[in-house]
Design a protein around this ligand. Sequence first.
Ligand code: GLN
Length: 393
Amino acid sequence: MTNLRTASRTHGFTESVIREMTRVAASTGALNLAQGFPDFPAPDLLKEAACKAIRDDVNQYAVTWGAASLREELARFYQTWYGMPVDPKLHVTVTCGATEAMAAILLALADPGDEVVVPEPFYENYGPDATLAGARPVFLPLTPPDFHLDPQRLEAVLTPRTRFLILNTPNNPTGRVLTREEAEGVARVARERDLIVVTDEIYEHIIYDGEHLALATLDGMAERTIVVSGLSKTFSVTGWRVGTIVAPEGLTRAIRKVHDFLTVGAPAPLQEACAVGLRELGAPYFRSLATEYRERREVLVKGLQDAGFRCQAPQGAYYVMADFSPLSRVGEDDTAFAHRLSREGGVTPVPGSSFFRPGSDVGKTLARFAFCKRVETLHDAAARLREFADSSA
Ligand code: GLN
């Protein structure tokens, strides 16, 4: 046993709970409704395009900030879909997933001591990303069940050191979609306090109620908004690791340098395939994606409610946050419940506390279930949940 030192910046991190639960699902043989990855195939056109790119020998590094074809399709997409003027040469960077995008942005733009506001509950990477950049995450608690984002409460957590706000809509894990009124409120605060808003819009096409609003399109926001997204969820290819950033020119220059030193680039043939997907699939595909997810949502929400969980149908993304109190044993917290449900019920969720700051009690009665699964898988999960509820009654 040696005594070699590890970097103190990592000491506060726990392992990813989401990926840990994937291992729990595998070891217990449970249905994995923990990690948000589809169990159904990607569109054929996309798979063919990837095979063709490899056969055509697109096997070496792409341009470090992204294959020209993909950056051009992305610029076209942002223009036609949201009316955003995007120059593929100046504003777009392709990364290894939205995960790298978020890390590269904060490493490129945050200085030690800067504060990054993270609305809570949050996707588990944002806090560690801020910490890796030497910045400090500052959590803004939102109140269940509707998790409304109140601009006054945002203002209350700002200090002279606050430089960034990370906003994820449609939201993982709550499924909330930011309303126009909330977005206007955030934009006003960002302009007044000179904040950079990093919007994680990875679920932009998976939306059931309302409409996805790109914050960058609001007055005065293009110059201070960094849009993170990617093709993982849109094309059901989470393992391809193709993420995207659209940012103002000056910020893009810094982000590209960090991205280059971190990863050089995302997989070249897969970038070509994503460009083909964006060009050929377009609006009808995006619409059918949302329709198919709506059906999956109904099956899981009904399954959870029938088994006794308390939950609401999400407005977007593909997760349900469910209160398991009616099914829990005395003194059982979210982690113990998630493990028992895996072992005894054959369904694995993510413990709710991993979406809240360490020590918070809010997530202790919650579990997150992902429904990016085939309808059959979800019917199977619903039946298992029902049986679990009956046997623990
Ligand atoms: N975004 C997905 C989730 O929340 C996948 C997380 C991951 O493993 N990167 O489950």
